[in-house]
Design a binder for this molecule. Structure first.
Ligand code: PMV
Length: 310
């Protein structure tokens, strides 16, 4: 009646920003991500107590997170009360995809505690109900999510790249991705163009990934992220996820490319910049981002696999 699971956050190179079905959490366009080793959540679920509880990094989870966790358990047919204890080894709720690793680890641990043996597709479908991007953290590695479940398209061993995460602010962001993407979809005049862009980007990105072409994949990912933010900035009221350090990092990466170091940015619904580069360049890229004003810390991450039981 008790199980512990680990899952890694993932960072998308072709982003998910818009739902075609709000209730079922189905995306308007497909997305592609890589799971990252140092962005990890560990979750223990114990079933059979007299009430539900959910602690996140040692504190009671917010009511909304609590409800989402209960909805996920109900969808798995788990009616017993659950004691959930979850820890992130990176900043929670700051745009570092902690909901992705969190709900993937929860789906894995809760179903194991209940004695249910679900395959990765069924687990991914379940994790999606907590947060769309969590669907991609179940298979891990390089994952594509287009419909009810995400699937791994290449294992983490496919390509030894690095993602260098530059932490550009502290604390939680004001508008979570669920509300942010809904507001964008409803009010941004650019939203249709953004979705059409993603539909073009995904098959191209998969070709570049198959060929391990960092220049082409990186440039596509950077454009894709900037266009997602252009869409969000065009919402009414506008969604400004960036901090001054975010721009500083974008400029630092441009400068690195002028100096012939291949490093490309992506940015989720938050201020942090994540740079995709070759493993051999990661230390240099980390150093360049670490000296940008306002950057608080730099984490060099390698590809990781899917959700697993401990
Ligand atoms: O799954 P959510 O609701 O946390 O949304 C994730 C949205 C982005 O991180 C901005 C993009 C993505 O594909 O992960």
């Amino acid at each position: 009646m008790k199980a512990t699971a680990v899952a890694h956050a993932n960072i998308a190179l072709v982003k998910y920003w818009g739902k075609r079905d709000e209730a079922l959490i189905l995306p308007e366009a497909g997305s592609l991500s890589l799971a990252l080793d140092r962005l990890q959540t560990t979750t223990t679920v114990e079933l059979g107590g007299d009430r539900d509880s959910f602690s996140l990094d040692g504190r009671d989870a917010a009511p909304e997170e609590f409800l989402r966790a209960r909805a996920l358990l109900n969808a798995a047919g788990i009616s017993q009360r659950a004691r959930i204890e979850s820890r992130n080894d990176f900043p929670t709720g700051a745009g570092l995809a902690s909901s992705a690793s969190g709900f993937a680890a929860l789906a894995k641990a809760a179903t194991a505690a209940a004695g249910l043996a679900l395959d990765d597709l069924a687990l991914s479908r379940l994790a999606r109900l907590g947060s769309g991007s969590a669907a991609r953290s179940v298979p891990g590695g390089w994952a594509v999510w287009e419909d009810e479940a995400a699937r791994q398209v290449f294992p983490e061993s496919h390509w030894d790249v690095r993602m260098v995460v530059a932490l550009c602010a502290q604390g939680r962001k004001k508008t979570g991705s669920r509300d942010g993407m809904r507001a964008t979809r409803e009010t941004s005049p650019y939203h249709e163009a953004w979705i059409a862009q993603c539909q073009q980007d995904l098959p191209r990105a998969l070709r570049y990934l198959g060929a391990k072409d960092l220049g082409l994949l990186g440039a596509l990912a950077e454009r894709n992220a900037l266009r997602m933010h252009a869409d969000a900035l065009a919402a009414d009221p506008p969604l400004i996820y960036w901090e001054p350090a975010t721009i500083g990092c974008l400029k630092a990466l441009q400068q690195l490319r002028e100096d012939s170091i291949q490093a490309f940015a992506t940015i989720d619904a938050g201020p942090h910049v994540v740079a995709l580069c070759e493993a051999r360049d990661a230390a240099l890229v980390g150093k360049a981002l670490g000296t940008v004003g306002g950057v608080r810390d730099v984490l060099i991450c390698a590809p990781a696999g899917g959700a697993r039981l401990l």
